[in-house]
Design a binder for this molecule. Structure first.
Ligand SMILES: [Zn+2]
Ligand SMILES: [Zn+2]
Length: 142
């Protein structure tokens, strides 16, 4: 590896780390575009394609969870253990359900316990509730 390659490699892993750190530090369940917009001022040579590529790698390696497509955009979570979400139909906000509500919903199912469904081999669990967030609700009733 020559010096330029090593420099490229270093830049590459710096971007990778910044993307993962940001996804893990936010509770906003972001899409690639949000990640790109947040990091662009700090990493001027970042491209949206690089963000997509890295997120797909993290997803394949189990470092981020894929939540599904909300308002046309793939959304991700830095918290990888299964937990339920509430999605706003209007603005696309995704929120984790508060712990006490989770406990109520999943009584009898110890955390981390695999769910068994006859005749299926499950590899993903994604519980989603849909509705309107507080801000959108206030706007529609105002
Ligand atoms: Zn909303
Ligand atoms: Zn979450």
């Amino acid at each position: 590896m020559n010096r330029d390659d090593r420099k490229e490699q270093k830049k590459h892993s710096r971007k990778r780390e910044a993307i993962l750190r940001l996804i893990r530090s936010t509770g906003s369940h972001p899409g690639a575009r949000w990640v790109y917009e947040q990091l662009k001022p700090e990493i001027p040579d970042l491209s949206l394609g690089t963000v997509y590529r890295n997120i797909n790698l993290f997803r394949a390696e189990g470092d981020v969870a894929f939540l599904g497509v909300v308002r046309g955009e793939e959304r991700f979570d830095g918290r990888v253990e299964p937990h339920p979400h509430a999605v706003c139909r209007r603005c696309g906000k995704i929120a984790d359900l508060p712990e006490d509500i989770q406990a109520e919903l999943f009584t009898g199912l110890p955390p981390g316990e695999p769910v068994r469904i006859p005749d299926f081999s499950l590899d993903m669990r994604n519980t989603v509730f849909y509705g309107l967030c507080k801000a959108c609700l206030e706007e529609t009733t105002a």
